[in-house]
Design a protein around this ligand. Structure first.
Ligand code: FPP
Length: 264
């Protein structure tokens, strides 16, 4: 009897999710979703577990959300996995975080390949440990020809650092006479950023109740819709992602201009 009741409840839940998913797909989906995955430490602390247990759980959610985003038809998913500031954390935690790409790709790469997902990384790859670099480069090579979801890891990424690097390259080119100072435009700067081949995020999600950008894609988020939730990253699920998309679909994006009926 109890089992029957549970099964019936599960069926209702999945029907509800399927309905929400289908409805979301009928409307304009965000092409590019970027996520600041925050709250792993607090999730672990609440359970008197070490912080790294929260990161491990967080990695499992990355799998779940990647799968679901791909199913939905999202084109690009950018995940903030490690910032240039995260090196300040205790060595044990940094070492653990640097093992996660290997752990994740070691078990999940065949499924990513099968699902036609393309793996990409933005950030300073050179200063990553060899084993992390190897895992990420291998995944990028093996999925380079896929044209489904682009899974873009921001790893050892900092937005200010990215902008400074771009400005340095542009300054060098001006000095060498390859371009003139007058030709520097938003479009040109864009083409020197790590996201030069990506569209700008349409939707930014940050979990865990923090309401800030933490040096993440500051240039690229200029017109992005922001969505914040108190849910800690390890508790984030398919329903949470749909909630963010549903909110996105109610927004009126004007990019500083006006829409039809507002003009008079
Ligand atoms: C912030 O939470 C989270 C991080 C610095 C790491 C995020 C990494 C993952 C979710 C796993 C990445 C997976 C792959 C495959 C690379 P926090 O530690 O700052 O949490 P707190 O604010 O509660 O302390």
């Amino acid at each position: 009897m109890l089992k029957k009741l549970i099964r019936k409840n599960e069926k209702t839940i999945s029907k509800d999710m399927n309905d929400r998913k289908a409805k979301a797909q009928q409307e304009q989906l965000p092409n590019h979703i970027a996520i600041i995955m925050d709250g792993n430490g607090r999730w672990a602390k609440k359970r008197t577990l070490p912080r790294i247990a929260g990161h491990y759980e967080g990695m499992k959610i990355v799998k779940k959300i990647t799968r679901f985003a791909n199913e939905l038809g999202i084109k690009t998913l950018t995940l903030y996995a490690f910032s240039t500031e995260n090196w300040k954390r205790p060595k044990l935690e940094v070492d653990f975080l640097m093992r996660l790409p290997e752990e994740f790709l070691g078990t999940y790469l065949p499924e990513l390949i099968e699902q036609n997902v393309r793996v990409n990384m933005m950030g300073n790859i050179e200063s990553l440990p060899e084993h992390t670099k190897r895992a990420v480069t291998n995944a990028m090579n093996q999925t380079a020809n896929n044209d489904g979801l682009l899974l873009n890891f921001a790893l050892n990424y900092g937005s200010r650092d990215e902008i400074v690097q771009a400005v340095q390259k542009i300054a060098n080119e001006v000095q060498e006479g390859k371009i003139t100072a007058d030709s520097i435009s938003e479009k040109l700067l864009d083409s020197y950023l790590m996201t030069k081949d990506l569209t700008e995020p349409d939707l930014l999600i940050r979990t865990s109740g923090e309401v800030r950008l933490s040096n993440f894609m500051l240039w690229q988020l200029a017109y992005t819709e922001l969505w914040f939730t108190d849910t800690l990253w390890p508790d984030f699920d398919e329903s949470s992602l749909l909630e963010a998309i549903e909110s996105f679909q109610t927004r009126n994006r004007r990019y500083g201009g006006l829409k039809g009926e507002e003009i008079n």
